[in-house]
Design a protein around this ligand. Sequence first.
Ligand code: HCA
Length: 393
Amino acid sequence: MQDYSINQFLEPSNTPGIDIEICDVTLRDGEQMPGVVFRPDEKLDVAIRLDEIGVEIIEAGFPVVSATEKSAVKNIANFGLNAKISVLSRSVKRDVDVALDCDVDMVGIFIAISDLHLAHKIHMSCGEAISCALDTVEYAKDHGLIVRFSAEDATRTDFQMLKSLYKTAEEHGADYVSIADTVGILNPRTTYYIVSEIAKTVKIPICMHCHDDLGMAQANTLAAAEAGAKQLHTTVNGIGERSGNASLEELLVALRVLYGLDRYDITRLTSLSRIVQSYSGVIMPNNKAVVGENAFAHESGIHVAAVLEEPRTYELYSPEMVGGNRKIIIGKHTGAKALKYITKKMGYELERDEICLLAEKVKRYSEFKRPVTCDELRELILGLEIEIAYPDP
Ligand code: HCA
């Protein structure tokens, strides 16, 4: 495959080596997006596809939510995937028992000790909350589970308290500590600082779970990786609570293009995105990176002419790399070179003056505020005047 990564800034000092694993939470946090429900067969299909990409951990659900959820998780856990299967658990032993019934490898046990959450959600003192969490961590460890201990709302929790909580969780057997930026308050700089400081506090690996309320989930997740976070949380298409989570496809492509990490099969990303759009009903905007309809679409005459000669002029990475397609759009900005190329592909050999005439017609029709379709272009080539209704205002 063609190397698309021509980047003068990719010096080792600018892009430190990173050692990460992905924990995809589409089937848990993704499904918490209002209105999203995955059927058990859909959950299994998504889990298989995540496994084919090479995602190391799949958070398959929150099994205490319902009997159907529990059986869907159990089915995934017993399907024989390479990925470790994890579930979310509150800091109560009953949730761990349900996780054990599901035959999962790992459990993410969470508690919030930010003042806001203690006062207005869990209605406990900080000491009580910590003691519930630690008991649950110990219980899960005693029952053979890999334990990720997560401080929910970590990024609005007093930092000394947070560090001491992580240290204590490590002493109680947690295998990972997890930073949940539950309301997406971080930016890359603060993320880097927090992860670096926590890395000085605990020896066990750190996980980063980012939300996108300020549109920085993706950048923050990368900053966490640069600061030494091991486990990065993602969802397909970035779906999740409110504005969602860091998106799997954007993260894996950034890791590939900027950090040279090539162990994931990212050619499967576009098809996975389409499947999740269909199962979730959450349709991606055209300009979504990597998987949006426009990710490799070109209309401007200048761009198309260059892309036809050398795609890297206007594509950072190739559509093939992520299982997508390049599209040349015919519209207001279309130039002669693009029309020559397209009409040739359609089987026409047009002279220069015919191309110029066609370009004028295309510009006129594009005033209807949408691209000209191939059928319409054919009719224009044949010299027919075609009827196009103006779209409703
Ligand atoms: C939630 C919980 C969580 C947990 C994150 C984690 C969050 O809000 O439902 O497992 O680390 O964002 O705080 O998703």
